[in-house]
Design a binder for this molecule. Structure first.
Ligand SMILES: [Zn+2]
Length: 200
């Protein structure tokens, strides 16, 4: 029964522009807007100067479990959860705002956003379908992304409290090390209150 209005149409095109700018894939934008595939492809080319990439969307919960990816995924999902539960946002605006904040957070720490938008959106679906959950670390109290229904001991140490021995030895740029240095051992719960309060 929804009639297409010009304003509604503009809203969907603007949403598509926002999503493409954040790095969303064509399939995702097509699934959340009413803009035709043909127009989306045109829009993508105008924005990026190239055709949208083909290929499958990532489908692996394991990706989020590796050391660096788990830190980034956990930061993002904590912000997303805040947007849903505290800021009262609907799912799609929460995803967009949380992803923007996550990218800003990385930039503020000279860190590279390891979690791209597609991974972030896919991860939200993993949570929605009960494949992933947030588990509190018994050492620092932070909430970390973990496989759901996994047999765990009563104590759970997160990747920051118990980083793998190779974590400090990789010849990566300064970014990841900075993130760890500012978070590890300082009992920081991954919630990043500063940018969140700045929104209000
Ligand atoms: Zn911890």
């Amino acid at each position: 029964m929804t009639e297409k209005t010009v304003l509604g149409d503009i809203g969907h095109v603007k949403l598509a522009v926002d999503l493409f700018t954040l790095g969303a894939r064509l399939q995702f934008v097509e699934s959340v807007t009413s803009v035709s595939r043909e127009r989306l492809i045109k829009l993508y080319k105008e924005l990026k100067g190239v055709s949208p990439p083909k290929g499958l969307l990532p489908f692996s919960t394991d990706w989020h479990m590796t050391w660096q990816a788990n830190i980034h995924s956990s930061v993002f999902y904590n912000v997303y959860k805040f947007m849903l539960e505290q800021a009262g946002e609907d799912k799609l605006p929460a995803l967009i705002k949380a992803y923007r904040l996550y990218v800003e957070q990385c930039a503020g720490q000279d860190d590279i956003p390891v979690l791209d938008f597609t991974r972030a959106a896919t991860m939200v679906r993993f949570f929605d379908s009960g494949m992933l959950e947030l588990v509190p670390c018994t050492h620092c109290g932070g909430l970390f992304v973990a496989h759901a229904h996994e047999h765990r001991h009563t104590t759970f140490a997160c990747v920051l409290c118990r980083p793998p021995s190779r974590a400090g030895k990789t010849a990566k740029p300064a970014g990841p090390r900075k993130l760890r240095a500012s978070s590890a051992g300082s009992s920081v719960a991954l919630s990043f209150p500063e940018p969140l309060t700045a929104l209000h």
